[in-house]
Design a protein around this ligand. Structure first.
Ligand code: NDP
Ligand code: GDR
Length: 373
C-alpha cells in the first residue's frame, strides 16, 4: 500500500528536499504551506502537480502551526502514516526579536500537532518526526555532542525547540506514539534561506564578484559549526521513521569549521583568494589574488570584501558545535555523503549563476535589486 506523508514546512529548505525524496520513494506527499501575499512555493514549484490531472501524488494545503483547528482538519483529511514536523520560525537571531511568536510556532505548534494526532485516534497509526536541533546544546557541556550530552539552550528559538523535543518524548512515553527527535546539526544547500550565514556568504561573495554589491557585513567570524548538506540529512529523517522502535538520533558530519574559514572557501570557489587583517570588530577580508577573472570580473587585488558589523552579534552566542553521529552510523548505517567543501562549491556555483544573470540584466539597463540583511 502506498504510504502517505504530511510535511509541515514543506516550502522550506528541508521540506522541499524531503518532499522530492518521498515522492521518489512512491509516497503520496501532503505539505502545509502558509498564506503569503506573494507566491512562497519557489522551492517546490518543480515538483508541483496539477490537481486536475490524473493520479496526483503531491498536494499542498493552506495551514499554520498556530492554528489547531486547521491542523486537526488537515490530519483528519490526510490520515498520514508519517508526519514530519519541519515547520518553524527557524532563525536564531530573529527569535530574539520575536520570542513569543517563535515559542508559539516552534514549541506550542509541536504540541498542537501531537495533540491533534491523539485527538483523532491516530496515535498508533501515525509516526511523528520532530525537527530538533544542535542549538539545544548551546553552551556546550561536552565535545563532541551526542544523544546523551546535556542541553543548555542559548536563544528563544533553542528554548522553544527544547519544549518541542521533550513534548515529543513525552507523547512517546505517555501514549506509546512513534515519535522521535532528529537532533540535526546545521545543514545547508543552494536552497538555504538567504539570511543564514553560509548562504549569506556564498550569495554575497557571488554578488560582489559580479559587481552587484560592494561588501559583505558579518557578525561573529569565530563561530564554529558542523555543516552538512540538507540532502544527506532529509534521507536520515525518513530512515528514523522506518525503525521498529522510535529513538532520537544526532545527525552531523563530525567535522567543524569557522565562519571565517567558510568565507575563505567560498571566495576560492568564486576565483578569489582573501587575506584577513585586523581584529574583533575591525577585522576585514581583502582580495589577495584573483585566480579566475571570469568568475570575479568586478574585483581588484586590495579590495575589501568583508567587514564586521556588530549588529549581527547575538545577545547570547553559541560559539561552537560539533556532533558525534556514531549512533546513526551504528544503528541505521547512515553516513553523510557530501563534504562541506563540495557543498560550498555547489552553493557558490549556484549563486554565481544567479549573479551573472542579474549582472547581465543590469548591463542591459534593467533595474536589479539585491536584497541584503
Ligand atoms: P526553513 O526556515 O527553510 O523552513 C521553515 C519552514 O517552516 C518554511 O516552510 C516556513 O514557511 C515554515 N513555517 C514557518 N512558520 C510557520 C508557521 N507558523 N506555520 C507553518 N509553517 C511555518 O528551515 P529548514 O528547512 O532549514 O529547517 C527545517 C526544520 O529543521 C526547522 O524546524 C528548523 O528549525 C529545523 N532545523 C534546521 C536545521 C538546519 O540547519 N537547516 C538544523 C536543525 C534543525 P514559509 O516558507 O512560508 O516561510
Ligand atoms: P544557526 O545558523 O544560528 O547556527 O542556526 P546561522 O547560519 O544563522 O548562524 C551560524 C553562526 O554564524 C554566525 N554569524 C552569522 N549568522 C548570520 N545568520 N548572519 C551573519 O551575518 C553572521 N555572522 C556570523 C552566527 O552568530 C552563528 O554563530 C541554524 C538554523 O538553521 C537553526 O534553525 C538550526 O536549528 C541550527 O542552525 C542548527
Amino acid at each position: 500500500m502506498e504510504k502517505k506523508a504530511l510535511i509541515t514546512g514543506v516550502t522550506g529548505q528541508d521540506g522541499s528536499y524531503l518532499a522530492e525524496f518521498l515522492l521518489e520513494k512512491g509516497y503520496e506527499v501532503h505539505g502545509i504551506k502558509r498564506r503569503a501575499s506573494l507566491f512562497n512555493t519557489e522551492r517546490v514549484d518543480h515538483i508541483y502537480q496539477d490537481p486536475h490531472e490524473s493520479n496526483p501524488k503531491f498536494f499542498l494545503h493552506y495551514g499554520d502551526l498556530t492554528d489547531s483547528s486547521n491542523l486537526t482538519r488537515i490530519l483528519k483529511e490526510v490520515q498520514p502514516d508519517e508526519v514530519y514536523n519541519l515547520g518553524a520560525q527557524s532563525h536564531v537571531a530573529v527569535s530574539f526579536e520575536c520570542p513569543e511568536y517563535t515559542a508559539d510556532v516552534d514549541a506550542i505548534g509541536t504540541l498542537r500537532l501531537l495533540e491533534a494526532i491523539r485527538f483523532l485516534g491516530l496515535e498508533k497509526k501515525t509516526k511523528f518526526y520532530q525537527a530538533s536541533t544542535s542549538e539545544l546544546y548551546g553552551e556546550v557541556q561536552e565535545i563532541p555532542q551526542k544523544e546523551t550530552t546535556p542541553f543548555h539552550p542559548r536563544s528563544p528559538y533553542a528554548v522553544a525547540k527544547m519544549y518541542a523535543y521533550w513534548i515529543a518524548v513525552n507523547y512517546r512515553e505517555s501514549y506509546g506514539m512513534y515519535a522521535c527527535n532528529g537532533i540535526l546539526f546545521n545543514h545547508e544547500s543552494p536552497r538555504r534561506g538567504e539570511t543564514f550565514v553560509t548562504r549569506k556568504i556564498t550569495r554575497g561573495i557571488a554578488n560582489i564578484a559580479q559587481g552587484l554589491e560592494k561588501c559583505l557585513y558579518l557578525g561573529n567570524m569565530d563561530a564554529l559549526r558542523d555543516w552538512g548538506h540538507a540532502k544527506d540529512y532529509v534521507r536520515m529523517q525518513w530512515m528514523m521513521l522506518q525503525q521498529e522502535k522510535p529513538e532520537d538520533f544526532v545527525i552531523a558530519t563530525g567535522k567543524q569549521i569557522s565562519v571565517r574559514e567558510f568565507v575563505k572557501l567560498s571566495a576560492q570557489n568564486a576565483g578569489i583568494e582573501v587575506e584577513y587583517s585586523g581584529e574583533g570588530v575591525d577585522e576585514i577580508a581583502t582580495v589577495a589574488a584573483i585566480t579566475d577573472a571570469e568568475k570575479a570580473p568586478a574585483l581588484n587585488v586590495g579590495d575589501v570584501i568583508v567587514k564586521v558589523d556588530p549588529k549581527y552579534f547575538r545577545p547570547a552566542e553559541v560559539e561552537t558545535l560539533l556532533g558525534d553521529p556514531s549512533k546513526a552510523k551504528a544503528k541505521l548505517g547512515w553516513v553523510p555523503e557530501i563534504t562541506v567543501e563540495e557543498m560550498c562549491a555547489e552553493m557558490v556555483a549556484h549563486d554565481l549563476d544567479k549573479a551573472k544573470q542579474h549582472a547581465l540584466l543590469k548591463a542591459h539597463g534593467h533595474s536589479v535589486s539585491v536584497s541584503v540583511e
